[in-house]
Write a protein that binds this ligand. Structure first.
Ligand code: LMR
Length: 394
C-alpha cells in the first residue's frame, strides 16, 4: 500500500527552515519562517505566559476532556479580543482549533459542507498553505490581484476590478491585518470600499487574522475584522494565538462563524463541533487555557499587552532602520515601503534568482518570493542585509 504514495511538494517555508539549520556559516541570517525573535535571536516565552503556566500547574486538578468546541471561556475571551462587541454574541459559533492553520482548515471544511460549489478567492500572493489546503480538500479557488510589484503596496485598482467579478455565494479570504507575505495592507477607506463591493456581490468573507498586535496595535489591527464582521450577514474568522502570545508549538487558535441570525447559530455551532470530532476530537487545551488565564486577569493581561507592544515597536524600529540604511546606501526612496509595511513580513519584490544569490553569497535566508521576516533581524544584521541587497543590485 504505502509504496503507492506519491511524494508531496515540500512546504517552501518549512524547507527553508531546514536549509537554514543545515548551513554551517555563523554569519547566516534567518528571515524565513514567521517566528518572532528578540535581538539575541531567541523566541522567548512571554512573561504573562510563564506566569499563567505557573498558575495552571499549581491549580489544575484534572486533565479530563473539555468540550468538543474547547473551553467556552476561551471562546468568550477570544471573541472579545478579536471582535470587541462588533457582533451580537448570540450570532457567533466558535470552536478552539489546533492553531490558526486548524481554524483555516475547519473554516474550509465548513464551507465545503455548506456550499460545495463555492470558489474561495485568495489574494495574489497569499500564505502558501491557503491554496495548499484548498487544493487538498478538492475545493475551487481563484485569485484576486493584491500586490503592486512596482510600488510594493496594494494594487487597489486591480483588486477592485477582480473582486468586482466575484459571483454571489463565493468566499473571499481576506487577511485581517499584517498581510502575509507582503506586509502591504488596505487603508480603512479602501477596506470600506471592498466591504461595499463584496456586499453588493453577495460574497462571504473568510478573515484570517494571525498577527493581531503585530501591526498598529491590538485594537487597530482588529478594526478591519470588526468592520467586516459587523457588515455582513455571514462571516468566518480564523484567529491564531501562535504569534501574539508566542505559543507557536501549543497550537492555539479559534474559528468563529457568524450566522445571519441568533436562530441560525446553534446549527453552525453543532456543525463546528462535529467537524472537530471528525478531525481530531477535542482540540488542544493547554495553550487555550494559558490565553484565557491571561485575557481574564487584568494584571496578566496588562503585562501581556505591554510585552506585545515592546515586540511590535521593536519590529517597527527594525523596519525604519532598514529603510533608512537603504536610503543612505542608494541615495533614493526606493525602499521606503519597508517602513510603511506592517506586521512581521515585507515582500522585497525581487526575483527568486536574487533571493538565491542572497542566500548563497551572504547566508541571508528569505522565502523564494522575497518575503522577509523582519523579526529575524536585529540592529547588527540590518546593515548587513542592506549592504547585501545593494551589492546584489536589487
Ligand atoms: C509563516 O507564514 O511563516 C508562518 O505562518 C508559519 C507557517 O506555519 O508557515
Amino acid at each position: 500500500m504505502l509504496e503507492n504514495l506519491i511524494a508531496q511538494p515540500a512546504d517552501k517555508i518549512l524547507a527553508l527552515m531546514a536549509a537554514y539549520k543545515a548551513d554551517p556559516r555563523d554569519t547566516k541570517v534567518d528571515l524565513g519562517v514567521g517566528v518572532y525573535k528578540d535581538a539575541s535571536g531567541n523566541t522567548p516565552v512571554m512573561r504573562a505566559v510563564k506566569e499563567a503556566e505557573r498558575r495552571i500547574l499549581a491549580d489544575q486538578s484534572s486533565k479530563s476532556y473539555t468540550g468538543l468546541a474547547g473551553d467556552p471561556a476561551f471562546s468568550d475571551a477570544m471573541i472579545d479580543l478579536v471582535l470587541d462587541g462588533a457582533v451580537a454574541r448570540d450570532r457567533i459559533a466558535a470552536v478552539a482549533t489546533p492553531g490558526g492553520t486548524g481554524a483555516i482548515r475547519q473554516a474550509l471544511e465548513l464551507i465545503k459542507m455548506a456550499a460545495p460549489d463555492a470558489t474561495v478567492w485568495l489574494s495574489n500572493p497569499t500564505w502558501p498553505n491557503h491554496p495548499s489546503i484548498i487544493k487538498y480538500l478538492g475545493m475551487k479557488m481563484f485569485e484576486y490581484r493584491y500586490f503592486d510589484s512596482e510600488t510594493r503596496g496594494v494594487d487597489f485598482a486591480g483588486l477592485i476590478e477582480d473582486l468586482g467579478t466575484v459571483p454571489a455565494g463565493d468566499v473571499v479570504l481576506i487577511h485581517g491585518c499584517c498581510h502575509n507575505p507582503t506586509g502591504a495592507n488596505l487603508t480603512a477607506e479602501q477596506l470600506s470600499e471592498v466591504i461595499a463591493l463584496l456586499k453588493s456581490r453577495g460574497a462571504i468573507p473568510l478573515v484570517d487574522i494571525a498577527y493581531q498586535g503585530f501591526g498598529d496595535g491590538l485594537d487597530d489591527d482588529a478594526q478591519a475584522t470588526r468592520a467586516i464582521a459587523s457588515s455582513f450577514d455571514e462571516v468566518l474568522i480564523a484567529a491564531s494565538c501562535s504569534k501574539n502570545f508566542g505559543i507557536y508549538r501549543e497550537r492555539t487558535g479559534i474559528l468563529m462563524a457568524i450566522s445571519a441570525t441568533a436562530e441560525g447559530q446553534p446549527l453552525t455551532q453543532q456543525t463546528l463541533a462535529f467537524l472537530n470530532r471528525q478531525n481530531y476530537s477535542f482540540p488542544p487545551d493547554h495553550g487555550a487555557r494559558v490565553v484565557t488565564t491571561i485575557l481574564t486577569d487584568p494584571e496578566l493581561r496588562a503585562d501581556w499587552e505591554a510585552e506585545l507592544e515592546e515586540t511590535r515597536n521593536g519590529m517597527l524600529a527594525l523596519r525604519q532602520q532598514l529603510a533608512d540604511e537603504l536610503k543612505r546606501l542608494t541615495n533614493s526612496d526606493r525602499f521606503s515601503f519597508l517602513a510603511d509595511h506592517r506586521g512581521m513580513f515585507s515582500r522585497l519584490g525581487t526575483t527568486p534568482e536574487m533571493v538565491e544569490k542572497l542566500r548563497a553569497d551572504h547566508g541571508i535566508y528569505m522565502v523564494g518570493d522575497s518575503r522577509m521576516n523582519i523579526a529575524g533581524l536585529n540592529a547588527k544584521t540590518v546593515p548587513i542585509l542592506a549592504k547585501a541587497i545593494v551589492d546584489a543590485g536589487i
